[in-house]
Design a protein around this ligand. Structure first.
Ligand code: ADP
Ligand code: MG
Length: 248
């Protein structure tokens, strides 16, 4: 069993409802408990609508909870924290901004000199393999490259935690696999500042290849139902047959 470090994010008994079109409160998370520790990659699987993105947004400090606790390194999490970055399925780039400008947006302008912002953005762009494309606009890039921009923007703050919300699912299979493998290679080589990753997926094979631990979200009620630990060495090279034998 791989050893993991102290908790980075701790979630206790988190509940969250949304008001549906008929005006009723619809519970999405009904008492979720979860701890993300240093050194681990956790995959979160679950049906569409089961609350995975909601949980990630809560962990990123983008939305609040109705009740329960969310802690980052032992302190309550209020609002977005620079130490926690998110990568979105839809890339979420500004189409009228260049690669460089999109990545610099990851840094709040305040307090960081222009030159340092540029340097940090260039470093993140280079880390993810996009050097030379700093001046390009998103529409001039392939889908895989656009998502690399999304990842560079997430990494530019040197986050402790990277939350990836179906980051590969808008890409064609080979492009998604290449990007995933690049990220895993950076992770295994210690090339990333990030200490833990939470990866939302609905691809079981992807979850098995990436994660030390897989959580499965039950949609009704909105709770984490099953936890499965994967104990394979990294880097992990497996074909579908290996993966299936793990699941069966
Ligand atoms: P998943 O990522 O697992 O597909 P989500 O967390 O996106 O699930 O959504 C869970 C449920 O919460 C869905 O029924 C969705 O429609 C609802 N929901 C999510 N965000 C909002 C919102 N801002 N307002 C109203 N309902 C929402
Ligand atoms: Mg989602």
């Amino acid at each position: 069993m791989e050893k993991h470090g102290p908790p980075i994010i701790q979630i206790n008994d988190v509940r969250k409802s949304f008001r549906a079109a008929d005006g009723r409160e619809r519970p999405v998370l009904e008492g979720v408990d979860f701890t993300l520790r240093e050194g681990e990659i956790v995959a979160l699987l679950g049906q569409s609508g089961s609350g995975k993105s909601t949980l990630l947004r809560i962990m990123a400090g983008l939305i609040g909870v109705d009740s329960g606790n969310v802690q980052y390194r032992g302190q309550p999490l209020y609002g977005p924290a620079r130490a926690i970055s998110m990568v979105f399925q839809s890339f979420a780039l500004f189409p009228w901004l260049t690669v460089q400008q999109n990545v610099e947006l990851g840094l709040e302008a305040r307090g960081i000199a222009r030159e340092e912002r540029a340097q940090r953005a260039e470093a993140a762009i280079s880390l993810i393999g996009l050097s030379g494309f700093e001046g390009a606009l998103p529409r001039e890039l392939s889908g895989g490259m656009r998502q690399r921009v999304g990842i560079a923007r997430a990494l530019v703050t040197q986050p402790d935690v990277l939350l990836m919300d179906e980051a590969f699912s808008a890409l064609d299979v080979l492009t998604g696999e290449r990007l995933r493998d690049d990220i895993l290679e950076l992770w295994t080589q210690g090339g990333m500042p990030t200490k833990a990753m939470l990866v939302v997926s609905h691809n079981i094979e992807e979850a098995v290849l990436m994660a030390d631990r897989i959580l499965i979200f039950a949609s009704d009620p909105g709770r984490i139902r099953t936890q499965l630990s994967i104990n394979l060495p990294r880097p992990r090279i497996a074909d579908s047959a290996d993966v299936r034998s793990l699941i069966d």
